[in-house]
Ligand binder design. Structure first.
Ligand SMILES: [Zn+2]
Length: 250
């Protein structure tokens, strides 16, 4: 493969020995990459502060065909969110979202829409740090949608008719919905028309407009997010660490 240049978003970093670091990043052109930054732990490192989580960077690295870890040659900082990451709520939520990106991105499988979605969510969250629950929901929904995992909440799963916009619908164990007529007994978990509007709005709008739409709907945002997290756990076959933290803090 040789030398590669692309833009990327730093998700995590680990120490490697006394001097080096391993960086996990989502890149625009090459998908998820793990790379070694030589000498990154030294005080006067050529990487400076560009390796902080959630930094947007231009990166040049060398990839050998048989190696999983690439060798990072150069990093230029495009945008830093270091000041935002000092807010514990921001840090916690984006650490969870970074984990989701790692779980849902197979290595070296680029997905430019996923990359752009992650970047615009980060930008929007940096300017609206009081409404992070909505950004998390937006992110969860889009990661599922881009992976082809998002259920269609417009239609009844059994009779396939459009759901009545003003009525509740029953949530099934497969995360699809049932209309009133198709529910034999009342489902113990209903999805309200308001919650379905939130679900539809996230699919139609930018994160910024979605934040405006959900401004006074915190409880419904939380309810929809709980369902999305159940879908995520179901797909991954495990609960995400961040999920528990989010649920207890909600
Ligand atoms: Zn039906």
């Amino acid at each position: 493969m040789g030398l590669v240049e692309t833009e990327g978003l730093i998700l995590k970093s680990y120490n490697l020995g006394d001097a080096d670091k391993i960086i996990v990043l989502l890149t625009r052109n090459e998908g998820l990459i793990r790379g070694v930054a030589k000498g990154a732990k030294r005080l006067k490192s050529r990487f400076g502060g560009s390796l902080e989580p959630f930094s947007v960077i231009d990166i040049t690295y060398f990839q050998k065909e048989e190696r999983e870890l690439v060798s990072i040659r150069q990093i230029e900082l495009v945008k830093s969110y270091f000041d935002k990451a000092s807010n514990p709520n921001f840090l916690q939520k984006f650490a969870y979202l970074a984990e989701l990106l790692v779980e849902f991105s197979p290595p070296n499988d680029p997905n430019e829409r996923l990359y752009r979605m992650a970047k615009v969510c980060l930008e929007t969250a940096a300017e609206n740090s009081e409404n992070l629950e909505s950004i998390v929901l937006y992110f969860e929904l889009w990661i599922l949608r881009l992976g082809g995992y998002l259920p269609d909440w417009q239609k009844c799963d059994v009779c396939k008719r459009e759901l009545n916009a003003n009525a509740d619908a029953g949530l099934q164990i497969n995360f699809h919905l049932l209309c009133r007529e198709c529910q034999k007994a009342r489902s113990h978990w209903t999805i309200s028309s308001q919650q379905r509007m939130i679900f539809a709005s996230a699919q139609k709008n930018s994160p910024e407009r979605f934040l405006q739409f959900t401004k006074n709907l915190n409880n419904d945002v939380r309810e929809v997010s709980v369902v999305l997290r159940r879908i995520i756990s179901h797909i991954l076959g495990k609960e995400m660490a961040g999920e528990k933290i989010l649920t207890t803090n909600a």
